[in-house]
Ligand binder design. Sequence first.
Ligand code: GLA
Length: 757
Amino acid sequence: MSNTTQTAHEFESTSFGHFHAGFWVTLAMTAQLASADLFTINTKNTSLVLTNWNSIHQLYYGKTLANPADLQTVGGHKPEAYAARGGWNHFGGLGVVHPDGNTSLDMKCATTTVKTIKKGVKEHIFELKDAHYPFRIKLHYRAYHDSDVIETWCEFFNDDPKQAIKLDRFDSVAMAMNAPAKAYELDHYVSNWGSEFQLQRETLGYGTKTIQNRAGVRGSFGANPSFMLALGETVTETTGEVIAGALAWSGTWHVSIDRNQHNQISINAGINPANITYTLDAGKSFLTPKFVMTHSSAGRGQASRNLHLWARKHQLREGDRLRPVLLNSWEGAYFTFDQKLLASMMDGVKTLGGELFVLDDGWFGNKHPRNHDRAGLGDWDVNHKKLPGGIKFLTDAAKKRGLKFGIWVEPEMVNPKSELYETHPEWIIQQPNRPNLLARTQAVLDLANPKVQDYVFGVVDKLLSENPEIYYIKWDANRDFSHPGSTYLTADKQQHIWVDYIRGLYGVLAKLEKKHPTVIFKACASGGGRVDYGILNYCHEFWTSDNTDSLRRIYIQWGTGQIYPACAMAAHVSIVPNHQTKRSEPLKFRFDVAMTGRMGFELNPAKMSKTDVKFAQAAVKCYKDIRPIVQQGLLYRLVSPYEGTKNYASLLYTTADKSQAVVFGYCMRKMMSESLAPVKLAGLDPKATYRVKEINIDTARPKNRQRHTHLSGKTLTGQSLMQIGMPIQFFNDYDSCVIKLAKITPKPKAKAKAKKK
Ligand code: GLA
């Protein structure tokens, strides 16, 4: 496993921490602070400078600063690094109500600690104590040198041995910056079922802009918990300063960005405090989710690449593992299948060149068979009628064909028509004297309750233990909270459900990861309802959207890629007319769109024509060839479908060493006398020479419409491809191309000659 924060998910009732002492590679250095100490937290290209001036204040966040001491000479307003409510601050990221009713904090810095987590990852911890009350904050900054990412989060300690306190705000970050620019543009991502990650770009005026989720379970519907803030008027993909941020949390959340009369920008992000007062009992602590941030001085593209690199190296499960080409049975079979059909679908995916078959919903329930979404959820015994040979038959069938096998679960939910509900009606989220409101005829199980946590863990653990051949789990969650209450939580702590549910979920996933470390986990919540860096600490990938229409996917995936890496973004080729939009696009277009993520299928191969199968086989081969470039490469966005004519889109991935690249181009709407060409490429080695080759060609098309660039077969320098560009021609709506670039290395013969000389 490549990441540092995954293995030790020891959950206590009061915290959901990801760390244990074993992670601290070197000894911590803890020091009493002298006033006016300066702390510079550096990554490869950025500096965050803080100072101890009674409390901890933030002086600078931006491009590397060689002489941070100059900040003291320059002077000016010093906003608190983490603004808590108290004094002149009536808002703040943290709100505490002490037992005597006092609503303020007066935090002074007591100690600072610097730890090396691993090579290139350092953490600063500032411990702040209230001047009077037994209350403490630990403010964490973990800096990742390679990717210019800083994670920041807090722990709040109620050190009172006897009395509880109340928290009514508990942000992960509450930082302010002095007038970093004269103008600001905010990118955020509106997300809905079937229409996830719709990029919104707006000027940030004075006042507060809040994006949020208040749903509880599908935390990235409404909006994604992430944003990009462009500092200045001329920020582009490749130029200008950008701060990008993402909250690693799957429940209700808020991100609030405020521009005040002094032209100060504040960024607050955390669990949404709306409707939550959290009681912190005597001696207990509260750990916030992490806020992940990066600063780029080279435009929005670099901000995305920073997050992608950090995610692959440090956050995603096994971010460096190539993801398999899979077929998921949902759109190909829905609830209607038997063993025979599934075996034939396996034959199909094998023929196409796939590596994994995933059985979706509908395989369980006997008293209440899961033949539709109104029954059976909660009863995780294999349905004997559909699958008399059990899961074993399926894993054997997959093995026989040289495939891996995966399966769908939705263990957080229950249909009232289920044996589970008949036995444990008290296990669902509910409030007394209120009707149980259903959505998709199902209710949410109360993951704040340790018994329910054990049950949910048990369901998946049993499945995996009894069927060790299961390679992949698709973990779904298809509704949000209604009447949010718990029969487990006491009356005074009912509002904890919003927080404790997600902590419970993470605890279960952590235990599963520990026990079944090699199983791939996919996060799904009615499509992209759970796309966040919290869940992605426990999962390898996410289902980007239930909408598999390739035209819509161009926009959805463009938005998703702003924050999340391609290797985690599941993109499946489906049939036409598309089941969601009824639109029909050519198979090549559908492939060319899916190839920019973790490609797979969402169809029954038996229904494909011979010609389509032939094309698909070649396309899968193509994808496998470029898979390392896409899944592990660096993304450069070239032509945005959201900007300009909005008729074309183009993007490119390069390997980290720039030796290979692949360009994707799409025509959403063919216009006359309007050309896309030449597309200026990016991310190449200007001095290197590249061989250009169009791949994934549809040879069934008329010869003069098969190729989209006359550069195919030619060699050009990286500089020319970036400065002159690559002419791309499209012939009709939904036309597309994939073009591979490979650096030409000097022939060894030439080298030998050079040596002789
Ligand atoms: C959700 C998922 C789909 C599919 C169905 C099954 O909608 O997003 O991919 O798994 O549930 O019921």
